[in-house]
Design a protein around this ligand. Structure first.
Ligand code: SF4
Length: 369
């Protein structure tokens, strides 16, 4: 096939590829110079730059690389930071090529460790009552390159030195299954970003079907956490509408089937909302939910009131009391420190006001008459 014919194919986004994908595609698409593909990819993953020109290739071969592959990052539109005794929490608002915005958050975990919380969708359709993102509705899903681009921007443009990544930003990760699974492969690729699976956490509101599919992917060390938040059907249905599709029994069964290895521990996230889910029977219900799924680590997240709060934030005393109730049930419990509240970067607070306003205008503009 002539180069002109090869050049007619649509360019591929580099950030959606593993190194093996890239080497394979370079071999198919480039008339010459594909032998350098692995080195070019490794250099891109460690420097944040796509530079075939630095590998001694001819101008023609470099031009062919650039025609066939594209490297695009979103624009950093805003950074908001909040210092605390635990370190600096920072939220980045990133502008996508179609004008929509997503958010990712750099979170101190104690010591020198930081986690990057990334988005998988623009908005979200899951409708959780305690969540700002839910108020946007689902605008669209991110593709793999837009998910991975958040890591590149954070690491290479913002200098955020994170060790772990969690899918806990805007969107339900398992509602964007294919793009998220390919993003996990790209992160985990030893010829690329090289992140160990145990440094990656998929967080879901209880998408039982997605959990079952994920079990079949063969990720032995990937972390999985579920947002539980309520243990009674009526309450969970009300604050987490996904419960109507997948109730707790369905989620439990999916988690039991998921377990990738004997020592695996699930994360069970529980957003503590005073007067809503902080009774003794709630603590008992958490223990009953966890009993059949094997090892679990319960993360208590004190509720962050957003713009339309369901309730107030729990006091220190209330939080400690509930943790005590859980421990009395024999559960292993960790308290998630509340970080980033003032920059709207805390759990359930992603979903910026401008984006909501833009969506509202789009809706009005698209109404007939
Ligand atoms: S908590 Fe997560 S799943 Fe629920 S609406 Fe918010 S972003 Fe979506």
């Amino acid at each position: 096939m002539s180069e002109a014919a090869v050049g007619a194919t649509e360019s591929l986004s580099l950030l959606s590829l593993t190194s093996d994908d890239f080497v394979r595609e370079a071999g198919k698409r480039l008339p010459r110079g594909s032998g350098k593909a692995r080195a070019i990819f490794r250099h891109m993953s460690s420097s944040g730059r796509f530079e075939p020109e630095t590998f001694g290739l001819s101008n023609e071969a470099c031009a062919a690389y650039r025609r066939q592959f594209r490297f695009e990052l979103p624009v950093v539109k805003q950074i908001r930071e909040e210092a605390s005794e635990f370190g600096m929490t920072a939220k980045a608002v990133l502008g996508l090529s179609d004008g929509y915005e997503i958010e990712c958050v750099f979170i101190p975990m104690g010591g020198e460790k930081y986690t990057l919380c990334i988005s998988s969708q623009v908005g979200c359709k899951m409708g959780c009552a305690f969540c700002e993102t839910a108020r946007l509705g689902l605008i669209r899903k991110l593709d793999t390159s837009e998910i991975i681009a958040q890591l590149y921007v954070a690491r290479f443009e913002l200098g955020w030195d994170f060790k772990n990544v969690v899918f806990m930003g805007m969107g339900e990760a398992l509602d964007n299954y294919e793009a998220v699974v390919q993003a996990i492969r790209v992160m985990n690729d030893p010829g690329g970003l090289g992140m160990a699976q145990e440094r990656i956490t998929v967080c879901t509101v209880g998408h039982a079907e997605g959990i079952r599919r994920l079990a079949g992917e063969g990720f032995k060390r990937l972390n999985l956490s579920i947002s539980l938040n309520a243990v009674e059907d009526a309450l969970r249905r009300e604050i987490m509408p996904i419960h109507r599709r997948f109730d707790l029994r369905a989620v439990q069964e999916a988690l039991i089937a998921y377990r990738p290895r004997e020592s695996f521990a699930f994360g069970v996230n529980y957003c503590l909302m005073p007067g809503i889910n902080d009774r003794e029977e709630d603590a008992r219900g958490v223990a009953e939910f966890c009993a059949p799924i094997g090892r679990a680590l319960v993360n208590i997240i004190p509720y962050n009131p957003g713009n339309q709060p369901l309730t107030r934030a729990p006091s220190e005393e209330e939080t400690e009391r509930f943790i005590g109730l859980l421990r009395a049930q024999g559960l292993v419990v960790r308290r998630r420190l509340t970080k980033g509240r003032s920059v709207m970067a805390a759990c359930g607070q992603l979903g910026n006001v401008e984006l909501r306003e833009r969506r509202r205008k789009l809706r009005i503009a698209s109404q007939p008459g």
